[in-house]
Design a protein around this ligand. Structure first.
Ligand SMILES: Cc1cc2nc3c(=O)[nH]c(=O)nc-3n(C[C@H](O)[C@H](O)[C@H](O)COP(=O)(O)OP(=O)(O)OC[C@H]3O[C@@H](n4cnc5c(N)ncnc54)[C@H](O)[C@@H]3O)c2cc1C
Length: 404
């Protein structure tokens, strides 16, 4: 008799139901493979919905659709984060992707030829496991944050929603990447004096909403440079990968001159705290009322109890396939294969590759072991959906900025 605590057998488990997991699901469905997507959250699109209120994607809508379903908005517009979340929900519905919500995977180990996927008191055995999620899972905050004076409001960019959360007075943004720059612009417009500390990681040298971008430059950057040139197959791409994984990527929409025009003051790295105030590398201590950490995220992979990570924390893989652990795959991570790997327009290529490898392995096994399941190609149609954006966050109550 089956014990209710026995692991459930699922041929292919996909962990994560964001754009990476849904893309993998789409490509597995197309190949007729049986799978389940497990997600810790209670709703698709949660990672987008939880981002700050005014966030608009920095990629125009024509680069915001996943394989099989274009993003339903004018191609040069910049969707809001809630429109993106709605789009992902429609995508899962449209392609009938099997998502189980509220299943946070707590441990992944090997069990004979299979993987044991544990999620609290539930467990699953699978021949193939795809870890499908970007690196942005757990906020990274410097250890000195706890020494900041108690009157200073401190937040990570993941918890920032709108200017109303802050105290009147100056704001220090720790980290000068895309999130830091976009938040800096919003706070400067809201009347704060903004200090932005951190290394300059370069920027796209044209206006993302300008005519040249619409005509050809956006395509050149996203589809040619980020997708085709900067891959691990080119020397330029391998070099870029090292820089991006250690220092972060270039600013896409906000340019240094936009920050300067908005009155944002660029300062060196924040090195620690002196008398409760943030201390810069050049020895200055800043008298600020607020500190926002735009210092990035940890991938939070401690639940993967397998020797697959190199010292820098990235899994050792080739186009998402882990050679040392047959049946284990990654999709969605920063620069997994290309600069575009973690972006909406680029994740589908990696997902298709991984799904293709899984399909070949399943077919090989079916040929070797009589009676084992064979994939049956399913008809997956493409379509364009219309959608209604959801309401904005109640706490801050501001409509998404229409500036971009
Ligand atoms: C602020 C910000 C703005 C961005 N803007 C753009 C943009 O404009 N254009 C663009 O192309 N890209 C953008 N990106 C990059 C990328 O598109 C997003 O980060 C996107 O959310 C990545 O999707 P994902 O599916 O890879 O990962 P996530 O969206 O992080 O989804 C991962 C999913 O996995 C689940 N999960 C995590 N751990 C577990 C576990 N142990 N068990 C079960 N489930 C788990 C989570 O609940 C979540 O649903 C942006 C990123 C950030 C941070």
């Amino acid at each position: 008799m089956k014990n209710p605590h026995d692991p459930e057998r699922i041929p292919i488990v996909v962990v994560g139901a964001g754009q990476a997991g849904l893309s993998v699901g789409y490509h597995l469905s197309r190949r007729g493979l049986a799978f389940q997507i497990l997600d810790a959250g209670d709703r698709i699109g949660a990672s987008w919905r939880s981002r700050w209120d005014s966030l608009r994607l920095f990629t125009p809508a024509r680069y915001d659709g996943l394989d099989g379903m274009p993003f339903p908005a004018p191609p040069h517009s910049f969707p809001t984060k809630d429109q993106m979340a709605d789009y992902l929900e429609r995508y899962a519905e449209r392609f009938n992707l099997p998502v189980r919500h509220g299943v946070a995977v707590t441990r992944l180990t090997r069990s004979g030829d299979e993987y044991l996927v544990e999620a609290g008191d539930r467990s699953f055995l699978a021949a193939h496991v795809v870890v499908a999620m970007a690196n942005y899972q757990k906020p990274r905050v410097p250890s000195w944050a706890r020494e900041l004076g108690s009157s200073i409001v401190q937040l990570h960019s993941r918890d920032y929603r709108c200017p109303a959360q802050l105290r009147p007075g100056d704001v220090l943004l720790v980290g000068a990447g895309n999130s830091g720059s976009e938040i800096a612009m919003e706070l400067a417009r809201a009347g704060h004096h903004v200090w932005m500390s951190g290394r300059d990681t370069g920027h796209v040298p044209f206006r993302m909403n300008g005519l040249a971008a619409r005509l050809f430059l956006a395509r050149l950057v996203f589809r040619v440079v980020f997708h085709r040139l900067l891959t691990v197959d080119t020397p330029m791409g391998r070099k870029a990968r090292q820089v991006i994984l250690s220092q972060g990527g270039p600013l896409i929409r906000v340019r240094p001159r936009d920050l300067a025009a908005a009155g944002v003051t660029r300062v060196p790295r924040t090195a620690g705290v002196r008398d409760g105030q943030p201390l810069l590398d050049d020895g200055r201590a800043l008298d600020v009322a607020n500190v926002i950490f735009c210092s990035g995220f940890e991938p939070s992979c401690s639940w993967i109890d397998l020797p697959v990570f190199e010292p820098g924390g990235e899994p050792v893989q080739r186009r998402g396939v882990v050679a040392d652990q047959p049946g284990l795959y990654f999709v969605g991570r920063q620069f997994l294969y290309a600069m575009s790997s973690t972006m909406i327009h680029g994740v589908g290529r990696d997902a298709a590759h991984v799904a293709g490898v899984i399909a070949a392995r399943v077919a090989e096994r079916a040929a070797a072991v009589p009676g084992s399941p064979r994939p049956a190609p399913a008809a997956v149609q493409s379509t364009t959906n219309s959608f209604a954006p959801t309401d904005v966050d109640e706490r801050c109550g501001s409509a998404p900025s229409a500036t971009w």
